[in-house]
Design a protein around this ligand. Structure first.
Ligand code: DUC
Ligand code: ZN
Ligand code: ZN
Ligand code: ZN
Length: 481
């Protein structure tokens, strides 16, 4: 077919190799990969640049209400700008459910909100109240819309599931062919730690990490996997913060259980000590900028997480972007308190995800360029059923492409993030490697920090059943309901 646009002279980096070649694009898709493509109507010269798939971020909180009554501030438009600025072109965000309500009532609302943005997108359906009505009548209708992933929480007051409720969700997911993503922390253990810390008068942001040490994450991860194994339902453990949690996943994988682990840039860059930072202006409240769950761990944990990434136990890196400004009505101070347990959990990271993983991973020699592409684009696309349309550069794929300058050095600032939040936890960090131009379905949407995509151009990505989420057909005693 006729090549409308050629990317010429770059180094193509995909999940399985690097090669110098031109990319031919037509109709928003890759139509040719060849040593030399002539006669294209338009040409982008990419000498010295790496041509990589646009990032696929399968864990972003966008326009999402939280339990404390606030709203994560990123809109689908500001999230799109921020994502493109950092080389990401597709996202999967969340549709909430409140206890006592159904899951269908917000479906049209979120479809409409996301359609105002510029990202190609899908959703995870959060389940907080797994009634028969929700699981048997509504869930099939959600699946019919092309949404095939459920998110559940084992902690947080307003949303956590009991083991009985979690089992019901697993069974329904198995029946209706959805993947289940699990936030693994022990609810009662954290509640008990919070009460003890508050009773002792320990309220500063740094006690967030004290309230939820690795053992509460490890216990919940072990339990989440065991129950998934009982039901024979594939799961992905979200935001694994440390090696002892990843070891639970590795042990189950060795038994053949379909369980995967996701981690995030904050777990190889931030530490619990960041929550103890102080500033002249804000005193100890400065540490609130780093409050997310699970909490970042000790500095020595970073290399252990990289080991788990290299072993393939952690095979997806998402942002868990969940932006609350420091100041302002939905910000970290929204409850007018310095109490760590009332500060909204979450940090902005949709822009910095790729640059941080590229710099800490590829530029520092911890992983290969191909492994980087697998972590941030190919594996998330495969995990969520978006492959082969997303996550690679091959004939037939959407032409979602980030052109990287692998040598470009930058010092991260909040302005560079282009998100709505008034701070970045990565302020002042040095990175090597930056996306200088981004195409979404063949259209140039970002060049040298200028995002040019028009609101309303993002497309919903419906998902069909796929192999990774099929049950194994193996249960402990052969009985599957
Ligand atoms: N933790 C969550 O569980 N969700 C959003 C952000 C966070 O830090
Ligand atoms: Zn309702
Ligand atoms: Zn979570
Ligand atoms: Zn999250």
């Amino acid at each position: 077919s006729e090549v409308e646009l050629a990317i010429r002279g770059g180094m193509i980096v995909t999940a399985d190799g690097m090669r110098r070649a031109d990319v031919g694009i037509a109709g928003g898709r890759v139509v040719a990969l060849a040593e030399r493509i002539e006669g294209a109507a338009q040409v982008i010269e990419a000498d010295g640049l790496w041509v990589m798939p646009g990032g696929v971020d399968t864990h972003c909180h966008i326009e999402e209400p939280n339990a404390a009554g606030g709203l994560s501030e990123e809109s689908f438009i500001t999230a799109s700008r921020a994502a493109f600025a950092g080389g990401t072109t597709s996202t999967v965000s969340f549709i909430p459910q409140w206890k006592g309500h159904g899951i269908l009532e917000r479906a049209d609302d979120y479809a409409r909100r996301a359609a105002t943005g510029m990202l190609d997108h899908s959703f995870h359906q959060i389940i907080t109240d797994p009634t028969d009505e929700v699981l048997e009548r509504e869930l099939p209708q959600v699946v019919a819309r092309g949404i095939r992933s459920l998110k559940v929480f084992l902690t947080y007051d307003a949303v956590h599931l009991s083991d009985a409720e979690y089992l019901r969700v697993l069974r329904a997911a198995r029946k209706h062919q959805c993947l289940v993503h699990v936030h693994c922390e022990n609810y009662d253990a954290i509640k008990w730690r919070i009460e003890a810390l508050l009773a002792a008068g320990l309220t500063a942001p740094k006690y967030h990490a004290w309230a939820r040490p690795p053992v509460v994450e490890r216990e919940a991860t072990h339990r989440a996997i065991a129950l998934a194994e009982l039901v024979d339902q594939p799961i992905q453990v979200f935001h694994v913060s440390c090696a002892e949690v990843a070891e639970e996943i590795a042990a189950a994988q060795a038994r053949g259980v379909k369980v995967w682990g996701e981690t995030c840039p904050q777990y190889v860059t931030l530490t619990a000590d960041d929550m103890a930072r102080t500033s002249a202006k804000d005193g100890a409240f400065e540490g609130a900028k780093f409050i997310c769950s699970p909490a970042p761990r000790g500095a020595d944990e970073h290399e252990r997480v990289w080991d788990m990434i290299r072993r393939g136990v952690l095979d997806v890196v998402s942002s868990d972007h969940c932006a609350y400004s420091f100041e302002g009505p939905n910000g970290k101070r929204q409850n007018g308190t310095d109490r760590f347990d009332r500060i909204p959990n979450g940090i902005p990271g949709i822009t910095a995800r790729l640059p941080l993983m590229f710099s800490e991973g590829v530029s520092k020699g911890r992983i290969t360029p191909e492994h980087f592409v697998r972590l941030v684009a190919t594996n998330p696309a495969k995990m969520l059923g978006l492959w082969p349309r997303k996550g690679g550069i091959h004939v037939g794929a959407d032409a979602d492409i980030a052109l990287w300058d692998p040598q470009r050095k930058r010092t991260l600032t909040n302005a560079m993030m282009q998100h709505v939040a008034d701070y970045t936890p990565y302020e002042g960090m040095e990175v090597t490697g930056w996306p200088v131009r981004v195409l979404r379905r063949g259209e140039s949407v970002m060049e040298n920090d200028q995002v040019t995509a028009q609101p309303g151009t993002g497309q919903f990505l419906p998902r069909a059943p796929y192999d990774m989420i099929a049950p194994r057909g193996i249960t402990p005693n052969g009985f599957a309901d």
